[in-house]
Design a binder for this molecule. Structure first.
Ligand code: GLN
Length: 304
């Protein structure tokens, strides 16, 4: 089975399909992105890699960054973080406030915004230079030194991020936030603004495919037990109230972002990243989901 040929066929097929998804309007700067950019890149366990379309162009990874921050928090604190955030799917939109109120300020999981804000708070309490340390982590995982924040995107989200501001205030009122709310929001908006290409993403997240080791086997990011935990949370919570749908259609652990990116992991086989900015109403990339669904269907390659 030639993965490269299969993926090329899928790329051509999905590229030409009509798509009524919408580019996010929640962050004004992201609304300027060309809606029809489309890229895919796959990195295999045997180090073979290939990409199609706009796979070398950087975009705003948004909530995909939550996989980096939960990885950093797990490296620093292990199981202790689960006292402050759960591992259950929320069944709610990523920016919902309702559940947080009636569940006493403990977010369901680290991939909804409330959970990611608690993880940001944990990192702020544990690191001397949190933003620099995050960049260092991403550069170490990807092997690409030039990866950085998109300050315009971060500023644009800061100017309009009223819901996230409400979220940190509610977390604070429940005693589940140690740092200043402005500092937590600032870190969170910057992590979401990280700009990376599909190729960089498939390399950066290869440790989740490779028992915790980077794509070149040079660095152990985390041990196998921790990889199991992160992949499990991606499988159950990576697509918010569409996590069941993604599991049903694709059958791989994955994570989306409202910049239109998706990463998915086939443990021991490959990591793959897609980018297409048109989103469905749940905030997930329409063509990204379709591409990955066809990939696991044509290759009989889901984890199930
Ligand atoms: N920065 C975005 C937000 O907090 C991230 C959301 C996403 O990618 N799902 O709303």
């Amino acid at each position: 089975m030639n993965l490269e040929i299969i993926l090329k066929e899928i790329y051509e097929q999905v590229k030409n399909e009509p798509c009524d998804g919408m580019v996010t309007s929640s962050i004004p700067e992201l609304n300027k992105v060309d809606p029809d950019k489309f890229g895919i890149h796959l990195l295999r366990q045997d180090r073979g890699d290939f990409g199609f379309g706009d796979y070398n162009q950087r975009f705003s990874i948004q909530s995909i960054s939550k996989v980096f921050t939960i990885s950093m928090a797990v490296r620093l604190h292990g199981e202790d973080i689960w006292k402050r955030v759960g591992v259950e799917p929320s069944g709610s939109p990523f920016n919902s406030l309702v559940q947080l109120e009636y569940e006493g300020g403990i977010p369901r999981n680290p991939f909804i915004n409330a959970g990611a804000l608690v993880i940001a708070d944990i990192l702020l309490s544990s690191l001397k230079k949190p933003k620099d340390d995050l960049l260092e982590f991403v550069r170490m995982a990807s092997g690409v030194e030039s990866i950085g924040f998109d300050y315009q995107v971060a500023a644009s989200e800061k100017a309009t991020g009223f819901r996230n501001a409400a979220m940190v205030n509610m977390l604070k009122s429940f005693g589940n936030l140690d740092n200043d709310i402005e500092a937590v929001l600032d870190f969170y908006f910057h992590q979401c603004s990280l700009a990376m290409s599909c190729k960089e993403l498939s390399h950066a997240f290869f440790y989740l495919c490779n028992k915790g080791f980077t794509f070149d086997n040079a660095i152990e990011i985390m041990n196998e037990k921790k990889v199991k935990r992160i992949n499990a949370i991606m499988q159950t919570c990576g697509f918010y109230d569409e996590s069941g749908e993604f599991t049903y259609r694709v059958g791989l652990p994955g994570k989306s972002g409202i910049g239109g990116g998706i990463i998915a992991i086939n443990p021991g086989k490959y990591s793959v990243a897609t980018w297409h900015p048109r989103l469905n109403p749940k905030g997930n990339s329409v063509k990204g989901m379709k591409t990955l669904e066809l990939l696991t269907t044509y290759t009989s390659g889901s984890i199930f």
